[in-house]
Design a binder for this molecule. Structure first.
Ligand code: NOJ
Length: 533
């Protein structure tokens, strides 16, 4: 199938968790000016675009996914001028920029929610959110049994200043994140306008938070009390996720994006397990791509990965969309740690990188994976900030361990993340000195250099990026495929070396000991390579 050459079809997109990337003013939190100063790292790395997690005005009840003002920058992260300057510099350096839009819920500090709370039950100001009377004699039970993804009920009851309890409001996430009522026209109009606001400033697109949310079954029915009501439970149909009505919103957003000059990308964060269901978001008149969470959550298992790769490509091809690949983000345990941690985790992670960047389509790289950062699993309890920690009754530590600020240089924390003596918002392990960017830059065999080489080749070689792939014969536990013209990708996921029939030469390898000789490729345990065919 011929496709228009939209940039996102083969982009390597680097995710910046703004609060943890680079702190320009030493207040312990990353900011837009910090990103701007560190842009040369990204141009050297060789990524095509960056995605910024929310930097909008926010009380940070959920790290900024609780937006109080969709059209302004939180003072902690800078100003609108800083944003414009960053966007301009990024564009000048050939890097596109996409930003998060958070349409399922706002912050409870958003002016609309404040108005709603101040208004009487049934007042128009309440209609933008989902307020209901409680059940039971005095309405003391929540309107239904939905659970918050962060733990506890998905409803919180309002109390008047004099202490009288009244209606309940819905929040699928934290109580500080009330869900909008997307049956209300004003909500639609508001987000049309928010999209325009940022596209007018020049952004290249949006990552849509909880893109499978927004529309709820209007009867708000109880769910099966045993349903695992979290984002990944794509196998259970839930009355608040993946409802048909959500597609109408995206058809509209697609028209808005298309009305702008240039290619504006719309990317779905939809934790829907089945690749055919995901592909529905990518029909030609809807969004452009979706994160491949089936790939992200696949274990270190060649057969399962092959199944996910085939399934994703088939489902996306059917709607003419590009497939995306992702190993880590700010919501999951970093893949070095998922793959076994320590030396083995890193070895596997590096092998997985060449697989991901060798597959057809585009790839998302989460800040720090180019340094081989592991999850920080020993953050002190009093440092934890993810709402998951408290909401789960302190049983789930949450996602802070993958959000620890980046080590840039130097021998001690904060490793150039902020000025010397500044205290990062999450403590950085002293053991990270050897993982800093400076300690890897230009060092042969480092994870950083592996990413740079792979990204450079991915740009240079026609075979890589968008296109198709053909599986080649390989033993169990090995993935081996060809990208036309002239590139082969081989991944040995077993714990023993393997030999494969191959000609050509090694373009890049995930570790030492990979060689082609007399028509045979030798791949050490848990390693991968790209070869010229
Ligand atoms: C998905 C975001 O990636 C996550 O960080 C956030 O907690 C939820 N959406 C709620 O906005």
């Amino acid at each position: 199938m011929q496709h228009e050459a939209h940039w996102w079809r083969e982009a390597a997109i680097y995710q910046i968790y703004v609060r943890s990337f680079a702190d320009s003013n030493g207040d312990g939190e990353g900011d837009l000016a910090g990103i701007r100063e560190r842009l040369p790292h990204l141009t050297e790395l060789g990524v095509d675009a960056i995605w910024l997690t929310p930097f909008y005005v926010s009380p940070l009840a959920d790290g900024g996914y609780d937006v109080a003002d969709y059209r302004d920058v939180d003072p902690r992260f800078g100003t609108l001028d800083d944003f414009d300057a960053l966007l301009k510099d990024a564009h000048e350096q050939g890097i596109r920029l996409i930003i998060d839009v958070v349409p399922n819920h706002s912050s409870s500090e958003h002016v609309w929610f404040r108005e709603a709370v101040a208004a009487e039950p049934g007042a128009p100001a309440r209609a933008r959110y989902i307020f209901r009377d409680g059940k039971g004699p005095d309405g003391e039970e929540p309107p239904n049994n939905w659970k918050s993804i962060f733990g506890g009920p998905a409803w919180t009851r309002l109390t008047r200043p004099d202490g009288t309890p009244e209606q309940w409001y819905l929040h699928l996430f934290d109580p500080g994140q009330p869900d909008f009522d997307w049956t209300h026209q004003e909500v639609h109009d508001e987000f049309d306008d928010v999209l325009r606001f940022w596209m007018d400033r020049g952004v290249d697109g949006f990552r849509i938070d909880v893109a499978h949310g927004m529309v709820k079954d209007p009867t708000l029915p109880d769910i099966d009390p045993d349903a695992k009501a979290d984002m990944l439970d794509g196998s259970t149909s839930l009355p608040y996720f993946d409802q048909d009505g959500v597609h109408e919103i995206y058809r509209r957003w697609s028209r808005i994006a298309a009305s702008y000059e240039g290619d504006r990308a719309l990317v779905a964060e939809a934790w829907v397990e089945d690749s055919d269901r995901i592909a529905r978001y990518l029909r030609p008149d809807e969004l452009h791509q979706a994160f491949n969470f089936e790939y992200l959550t696949a274990p270190w298992d060649a057969a399962r990965l092959r199944e996910v790769i085939d399934g994703s490509l088939k489902a996306n091809d059917a709607v003419g969309a590009t497939t995306t690949w992702v190993l880590s983000n700010h919501d999951v345990v970093r893949h070095v740690t998922r793959f076994g941690d320590g030396e083995q985790g890193l070895r596997r992670a590096r092998a997985a990188t060449l697989l991901m960047l060798g597959l057809p389509g585009s790839a998302y790289i989460y800040q720090g994976e180019e340094l081989g950062l592991p999850e920080v699993t020993d953050l002190p309890e009093d440092a934890l900030q993810d709402p998951n920690w408290e909401r789960s009754g302190r049983t789930e530590r949450g996602r802070d361990g993958c959000r620890v600020p980046l080590p840039w240089e130097g021998e001690t924390a904060p490793f150039g993340f902020g000025s010397e003596g500044s205290t990062p918002w999450l403590p950085m392990p002293e053991r990270w000195a050897g993982l800093s960017r400076a300690s890897q830059n230009g060092v042969e065999g480092s994870t950083l250099e592996l990413y740079k080489t792979a990204l450079r080749l991915r740009r240079e070689l026609d075979a890589l990026g968008d296109g198709s792939m053909n599986w080649l014969d390989s033993p169990e536990g090995v993935l081996y495929f060809e990208r036309e013209p002239g590139v082969r990708v081989a991944v040995n996921m077993t714990e023993a070396p393997v030999e494969l029939a191959a000609s050509g030469e090694v373009l890049v390898a995930s570790g030492p000991g990979v060689e082609v000789s007399e028509g045979t490729l030798t791949l050490p345990a848990e390693s991968s390579a790209w070869l010229s065919a």
